[in-house]
Design a protein around this ligand. Structure first.
Ligand code: AMP
Length: 215
């Protein structure tokens, strides 16, 4: 499957993407994970992106398109991909459309995961993430804590609160989402590619996607 996952930060895009990878071998492509990996590794990309990310601002479109142009041509994308956190602006959506046309790739749909704001706020303040850039497993102090506090079940690295998950950065990220990313819902509706799912459980989102794709 070739999907875009839309939704506010904390809507569950990452969790849903990870679950979908188990269905037909499609890979999760999270621009947030790629950027956090680059920041930790201290690469040029990481140095350019870091200040934007700390503030909860979007990284410039050109940097993101540079990453995605390469990433979508990697051999592991042949079985399909789940775009998690990309596109984030109309300019990125336009550039993606042109890129996919050039590569001869057709999207199945863009899934908008619609979750109430109170749920989003609660999830983001209680979310914890594995600090290992190759793992980045997601936990929640209330609903799915690691077995041993502060230690990743999967790789044993520290489980931490992301720097952009302080209250100030969260509220800025949500404002950025409303201004810059929410308009993509209308964009993909016009393209005839939108599936809107109002659900707080990832299982319900997966079921709606499978039903729509006939899987
Ligand atoms: P995420 O993990 O998707 O919430 O992304 C974390 C941060 O990475 C965002 O707040 C942005 O600063 C940056 N980021 C991730 N994806 C994009 C994107 N497609 N466009 C611009 N900035 C992005």
């Amino acid at each position: 499957m070739k999907l875009i996952l839309l939704g506010a930060p904390g809507a569950g895009k990452g969790t849903v993407a990870k679950m979908l990878t188990k269905i037909d071998g499609a890979v999760q492509i999270s621009t947030g994970d790629i950027l956090r990996g680059a920041v930790q590794a201290g690469t040029e990309l990481g140095k350019e992106a870091e200040a934007y990310m700390k503030r909860g601002d979007l990284v410039p479109d050109e940097l993101i398109m540079g990453i995605m142009e390469k990433r979508l041509q990697a051999p592991d994308c042949e079985k399909g991909f789940l775009l998690d956190g990309f596109p984030r602006t109309i300019a990125q959506a336009d550039a993606l459309k042109a890129l996919l046309a050039r590569l001869g790739i057709e999207l199945d749909m863009a899934v908008n995961i619609d979750v109430p704001r109170e749920v989003i706020l609660d999830r983001l303040t209680t979310r914890r993430t594995c600090a290992n850039p190759k793992c980045q497993a997601i936990y929640n102090v209330k609903s799915s804590p690691p077995k041993q506090e502060g230690v990743c079940d999967k790789c044993g690295s520290p489980v931490v609160q992301r720097e952009d998950e302080t209250e100030a950065a969260i509220s800025h990220r949500l404002q950025t989402y409303s201004e810059k990313t929410a308009p993509l819902i209308g964009f993909y509706e016009k393209e005839g590619l939108l599936l809107n799912v109002s659900a707080t459980s990832s299982d319900a989102v997966i079921a709606a996607i499978q039903a729509k794709l006939g899987l």
